[in-house]
Design a protein around this ligand. Sequence first.
Ligand code: FES
Length: 330
Amino acid sequence: MTLQPATLQLRVVAVRELNPLIRMIRLSADDGRVLPAYTAGAHIRVHVTLPDGTQDWRHYSLINFETQADATDAPTDYVIAVRREAEGRGGSRFMHERVKKGDLVTIEAPKNDFPLHTGLGGTVLLAGGIGVTPLTSMATSRRAEGLPVRMHYAGHSRELMAFLPELQALLGDALRIHADSEHGAPFDISALLDDFPSGHRLYVCGPKVMLDAVLAQTQTRGWEHDRVHFELFTTPVVEAGDHAFELELAQSGRCFTVPANQSILDCLIEHGCDPLFDCKRGECGVCATLVLEGEIDHRDYVLTARERTEGNVMQICISRARGERLVLDM
Ligand code: FES
């Protein structure tokens, strides 16, 4: 059972290919009415059809470069950008290949799991690839408020990065671009943290490898937990060594085999169960489930080290079994 906000039917009023990988889509209501408000960092979920006909939802962050005060209080359109994921399940291919100007799409009203803090302290934004999308709205919001902000934007090459002219116009010298193709190396997270202003907070959105490195290094440096805010910008992927395992539901006695390329959550849904979930990325905590037997391969960003060590709760949207079998209290 998802915690579902209201759905809206919106028209695709513009489509623009920003580069060979990223497509920008603008949505608005047919009658031009004002859409639900949102704040920087918010996303919408868009209803997609996968290649096998399955209906599903994909999260896309809302992009705003308008600095007037009511730009996101009373928006008349929503702008998203979609990166084509060749190895994905087909949601991004649907958004690239099937969605066209004039179509109606179904979305869920905006939700913000990645809000900016209020109060004192400057803001440093670190974007990796398409993870730049929520950070564009954050940079705009900080500029509109007249508060200090700087952004580091890392990608493989400038040709495959999005919104560089808009970000340069917005941020000027407060934008640092890192293209791996120019530097011959990935973005240096250690250097960023070495030079990090005290009292500032860091917002990170990008691939798992970037996020894991930031979290590991800030933890090593003893940063307060609430000084780093993050959103993972990829759906869970199959990792080397992932294997199928048996899943038993203790309360119902039902048993399933979870394939190597499927999450426990998706396996349960496929078999007609109704587990609680929201983000499907191991970030929100909603899908936490008690584990009665079996060793857990934790992959979430929610549980504490102590909870992991105790080994009796897991996020079933992303974590898996280390061994051949898990028994869940459901
Ligand atoms: S659904 Fe959000 S952590 Fe699993």
